[in-house]
Ligand binder design. Structure first.
Ligand SMILES: NC(=O)c1ccc[n+]([C@@H]2O[C@H](COP(=O)([O-])OP(=O)(O)OC[C@H]3O[C@@H](n4cnc5c(N)ncnc54)[C@H](O)[C@@H]3O)[C@@H](O)[C@H]2O)c1
Length: 388
């Protein structure tokens, strides 16, 4: 007979884009529907979400719509509730550090969206608090669970690239200003005073992507900018975009073998897509190259590398994209957010740390902070190691 154990998860920020779509709809509800996750001893670990939000009618409606029994507008009460095991946060970035601090102090395990804090000092304090309390803490590192990046990492593990030389990443799409067509991202994202900004938003992702694929980030050079100075908010009011909406970064990375890799990543909300996917990374090595997106990954080995010859007098005759081979998944790769949730839940059950923790997140916040400083000061900066 199967034994069941249930974790009660207070979910804060579930009326937001990420909290609702990726965490509630795509992760926790499907995990609940499949009867939880199986633990090594055969026990099934079930999840029981408790929805937390500021707006009573919204949160009650959401709970009813998805057959969730418990909801509350009292975040502090949920954190203090001895029946709650895990506190999850996908609320606005500016509110996060306070929520996570209270939750860990109350002995709760925490799972959270990124960035974990607005400043490095706060992010490091959170990582320290986790060490002191011994709770399990997980921070969303969703990009590493994307099928495209899983395949890319496999190529690295198999030694496909030889010596890795460089990575180039292209991320972004056009975010409408909100005047004639509604913006497809929340307005706080474009206000620095509300915790918005491309660098703050994306450099924490790029830090764990670079760590997860290549190695440790040692230096950063960035130019950040606000291409679109005015936007229109959810109420149709014009506002000044005080945050950067694009960040062009060059990162000096060191592989575990000690080889230097130059990584360049462009991130922009003011770019139109001429790519196969909304994010793409190309890795070039002495023995092969690969291009990975969210789902696809293609590769070209040294022995199959054509020899292009520069001749501006003739039209291109080669179809360069056709010269790459598809890298198979060789497994059923589920939604990345759900996959990480399942891993985190197993870590909570086992009472062990989660591999993508608050320290990794603090390195992400550090890279964002240094990126902004590099741009402001117009120079390359070293990335110091964080010790707790
Ligand atoms: N992992 C990823 O790829 C990814 C992508 C986008 C955003 N995020 C992160 O997720 C978090 C939420 O982003 P989002 O795009 O879902 O934002 P959103 O604006 O859609 O949602 C924010 C949530 O916070 C709640 N909230 C609580 N107090 C608030 C206040 N005072 N003002 C405004 N909202 C308040 C809102 O009700 C809502 O539920 C951010 O920290 C962001 O950095 C992560």
């Amino acid at each position: 007979m199967t034994t069941y154990r249930t974790l009660r998860i207070a979910m804060n920020g579930v009326t937001g884009r990420m909290g609702y779509r990726q965490h509630l709809l795509r992760s926790i509800l499907p995990i609940r529907a499949q009867g939880g996750v199986e633990l090594p001893d055969g026990t099934r670990l079930q999840v029981a979400p408790v929805l937390v939000g500021r707006n009573e009618s919204k949160i009650r409606e959401l709970a009813a719509q998805h057959d969730v029994e418990h909801w509350t507008t009292d975040l502090d009460g949920a954190i203090a509730d001895p029946g709650i095991d895990v506190v999850f946060d996908a609320s606005m970035t500016a509110l996060r550090a306070k929520t996570l601090t209270k939750a860990m102090q109350a002995g709760k395990h925490v799972y959270t969206e990124k960035p974990t804090a607005e400043t490095l000092a706060e992010a490091v304090d959170l990582a320290r608090l986790r060490e002191e309390t011994g709770v399990t803490a997980g921070v969303v590192h969703d990009k590493l669970y994307l099928p495209g990046l899983v395949k890319l990492r496999r190529l690295v593990d198999e030694g496909f690239f030889g010596r890795i030389l460089s990575l180039r990443g292209e991320f972004g799409y056009w975010v409408f200003e909100g005047d004639h067509q509604a913006a497809q991202r929340p307005s706080w994202n474009y206000r620095a005073e509300d915790g918005g900004g491309m660098t703050t938003d994306m450099f924490c992702h790029w830090n764990y992507v670079l760590e997860g694929i290549l190695g440790t980030v040692r230096t950063v050079t960035a130019q950040t900018t606000t291409h679109i100075p005015a936007r229109w908010d959810e109420q149709g009011q014009e506002y000044t975009a005080t945050a950067d909406d694009a960040a062009y970064g060059i990162f000096g990375v060191e592989t575990p073998a000690g080889d230097p890799v130059v990584a360049q990543i462009n991130s922009s909300w003011a770019v139109r897509v001429y790519r196969d996917e909304l994010v793409e990374f190309q890795v070039d090595g002495t023995h092969g190259s690969a291009v990975a997106g969210l789902t696809k990954c293609v590769a070209q080995q040294r022995a199959h590398t054509p020899k292009p010859v520069w001749n501006p007098d003739l039209p291109v005759t080669e179809s360069f994209r056709d010269q790459w081979l598809d890298v198979p998944a060789n497994a059923d790769l589920d939604n990345g957010f759900k996959a990480q949730w399942e891993e985190f839940l197993r870590d909570v059950a086992a009472g062990r740390p989660h591999r993508y923790d608050l320290l990794s997140a603090a390195r992400g916040v550090q890279l964002a902070e240094l990126g902004l400083r590099s741009s402001a000061e117009g120079r390359r900066l070293d990335v110091p190691e964080i010790t707790l």
